[in-house]
Design a protein around this ligand. Structure first.
Ligand code: COA
Ligand code: ZN
Length: 325
């Protein structure tokens, strides 16, 4: 297992809030983002510059980008689907565009209303706009591990899209398991193949815990050599245009796993709790993260109140049995 520092990308403000029924008021979003900024993330996905009719929860993207306090060393990224989004993101001084396209032709149409060829042409234009503006580009390839509508996506097709985006000059590619279809064997193979094929590209893995495999998939991706992970505080999130989508790998759960493995990501489970408390209060419902519920494995619980008498009785019985022997 590598000892490299792991970069954690917080996606709850985007992938998380886009799926929530409530609109989190802008003042509250900004205050919560400022809370997240101090925690040690390498990157925070702040918002989406998409159609406000498609994703009403993020309709305040401009104002949020303008008002957040930016911590040194944190990259503030935003999702950009088209040229209109790119103009808005440049005005919003995003450090990076997170372009989105699906490895599945069906999900691409359902989510972005474009064929993959149309998406690629659009994103090629957007990449040129980013390059002229001196903004970094990451591409998130949705459904890279399978599509809930179409089924398996051949790895050769995923590699083909990676090559085409790398040829455009993008800095990073995120392999997204949009609806939790990935399994650890598949993750090991696909992430390993991507890293071997494009060693100069910054790859990120993005898992959803839909079927309880997010932790196993993070472990497999680490073994393949991935050092960057998207995660969502509390485990909220999902794509409203992907049937059956549910929460992302929870940041608490991923950080806990990394701490158990002795890998440094700059965050600790304990320091995440106050920001998750804020989020829970804003959303008004419990968050699905397992570690938030159970606490970390190093948290100790008090023994039962009558523990001393239980122990004394057991010791007395043990002494009696020893006397008889
Ligand atoms: N920012 C703001 N508004 C935008 C926009 C952007 N980046 N892109 C399109 N729009 C608006 C248009 O102005 C138009 O508005 P109108 O109906 O008031 O005239 C409307 O959205 C439709 O525009 P159109 O160019 O016909 O695009 P579309 O209907 O083909 O939609 C997307 C394409 C991708 C921009 C839109 O579906 C979208 O933003 N989807 C959200 C995808 C998403 O975030 N999914 C979850 C994350 S993966
Ligand atoms: Zn996602």
């Amino acid at each position: 297992m590598t000892r490299t520092r792991i970069a954690l990308h917080e996606v709850a403000p985007r992938d998380g809030l886009q799926m929530e029924a409530v609109f989190v008021p802008t003042d509250d979003k900004v205050a919560w983002l400022d809370q997240l900024s101090g925690l040690g993330y390498a990157k925070i996905e702040v918002t989406s510059f998409v159609s406000p009719a498609a994703i009403p929860a993020l309709r305040d993207a401009e104002e949020v980008m303008r008002r957040i306090h930016r911590a040194p060393g944190v990259a503030y990224t935003a999702l950009v689907p088209n040229a209109r989004g790119a103009e808005r993101a440049i005005d919003g001084r995003a450090d990076e565009f997170n372009l989105v396209m699906s490895a599945s032709a069906t999900h691409n149409l359902a989510n972005l209303r474009m064929t993959q060829a149309q998406s690629f042409r659009t994103l090629a234009d957007v990449t040129r706009m980013a390059q002229q503006a001196g903004v970094a580009v990451n591409v998130s390839l949705s459904c890279a591990f399978g599509c809930p509508m179409q089924g398996d996506v051949p790895p050769a097709e995923v590699m083909g899209w990676i090559d085409r985006f790398v040829d455009l000059g993008v800095q990073g590619v995120t392999l997204c398991d949009t609806t939790g279809m990935a399994d650890p064997g598949q993750v090991l193979a696909l992430c390993g193949a991507a890293l071997a094929r494009q060693p100069g590209t910054a790859f990120t893995a993005h898992f959803h815990d839909t079927r309880g495999l997010a932790g196993a998939n993070v472990f497999a991706a680490l073994q393949a050599g991935i050092t960057r992970f998207d995660a969502s505080l509390g485990g909220i999130g999902g794509c409203p245009y992907a049937p059956g989508a549910s929460g992302n790998a929870a940041t608490e759960d991923v950080v806990h796993l990394l701490q158990c493995l002795g890998l440094d990501c700059g965050l600790r489970v304990e320091t995440l709790a106050p920001a998750a408390d804020t989020l829970q209060a804003l959303l008004g419902h419990a968050l699905p993260s397992a570690v938030r519920r159970a606490g970390p494995r190093w948290q100790r619980h008090a023994p039962p109140a009558d523990f001393d008498s239980i122990r004394d009785r057991a010791l007395a019985r043990e002494a009696g049995q020893a006397g008889q022997a």
